[in-house]
Design a protein around this ligand. Structure first.
Ligand SMILES: [Zn+2]
Length: 317
């Protein structure tokens, strides 16, 4: 099996684990023979064995362009090796991040256990205790894509991205997967039990329960107060409605004692993000202090060309 086949196999497995990857989130890559094979924008890692999800990028050209601050590095479209790539694929919005880390394999996942820490105000302190002995770094929140690449300093095996997720890098796939497993184990948090909710309040036409844990009252309060991470904003909008304040037909409604209510017409991507919100919120303690996106951060994410492109893809639905 060559490196790309091995990466596809691992990517499909990671992409099928809802606690690591939701919908078209996350991305993986391998560097070989001057080519960076990276997940294409809007494609699902879960489908890595079923359809082409990796696109070939010319590494020497991309590295020269990065050194020269070439604005073409924002999308990396100009560096695609058309002779190797399936037509119509554009490189992941995180392509520069993958290129900038020297290790052969780079895996980026939206690990729920990681996110449940990385959204907290005191995350660096908590992580320092839990990740002791590992070669890891904290990456303060910045918009994904080129700005994130600029703030990541090579030299670590693990990067915890504030209000975003996890990046691991290693020269073998086994080592990279091992890092994801180790971080997931060290950062695992218990799911807080939810008391029974009032069934009559959640009988709502046009809605069904998303796949995810029932939420305690404090989890509903924390989850509805703002937006925690980019893909939530992209697929569900800012924050979340609750059963007490829902107006009209929001995509998701949170009610104590139940999994999120999802509007029946949600496509798979927003539906997966509704489940992810429950997976993250159910791990929060009542006295946790989350850091939500500022209005400026939300604006930057929703007015970014690469993200608008990703949302426009049928594959990202
Ligand atoms: Zn990401």
């Amino acid at each position: 099996m060559n490196d790309l086949e091995a990466l596809a196999r691992v990517s499909a497995k990671l992409g099928s684990n809802r606690l690591l990857v939701q919908a078209a989130g996350g991305n993986t890559s391998v560097k070989a023979d001057g080519v960076l094979w990276v997940k294409a924008s809007g494609r699902w890692l879960a489908k890595a064995l079923d359809e082409p999800v990796f696109v070939a990028v010319d590494m020497p050209r991309l590295m020269r362009a990065l050194a020269a601050n070439d604005p073409a590095c924002e999308t990396c479209d100009a560096f695609v090796r058309d002779d190797l790539s399936a037509p119509g694929l554009r490189p992941s919005v995180e392509t520069t991040l993958h290129a900038g880390l020297p290790q052969r394999f780079v895996l980026h996942v939206h690990c729920v256990e990681t996110i449940s820490h990385a959204i907290l105000v005191d995350a660096p302190t908590r992580l320092t205790a839990r990740l002791e002995g590992l070669n890891w770094r904290w990456a303060p929140y910045i918009r994904p894509g080129l700005p994130l690449f600029r703030t990541i300093t090579p030299g670590a095996d693990i990067y915890i991205l504030q209000n975003h997720g996890l990046v691991v890098a290693a020269d073998t796939l086994e080592a990279a997967v091992g890092l994801i497993e180790t971080v997931g184990r060290r950062l695992a948090r218990p799911i807080h039990a939810a008391p029974n909710g009032d069934q009559r309040r959640v009988e709502r036409a046009g809605y069904h329960f998303a796949d995810g844990p029932a939420l305690a009252p404090h989890a509903v309060r924390l989850a509805a107060a703002g937006t925690y991470y980019p893909d939530h904003l992209v697929f569900l909008g800012s924050g979340a409605a609750t059963i007490d304040n829902a107006v009209g037909s929001p995509p998701v409604i949170l009610a104590p004692g139940f999994p999120p209510l999802a509007r029946d017409d949600l496509t798979p991507a927003p539906l997966a993000m509704a489940g992810c919100l429950a997976d993250v919120a159910a791990r929060l303690a009542a006295d946790d202090r989350p850091r939500y996106f500022t209005a400026r951060e939300e604006y930057d994410l929703t007015h970014w060309d690469a993200e608008i492109y990703r949302q426009s893809l049928p594959a990202s639905e």
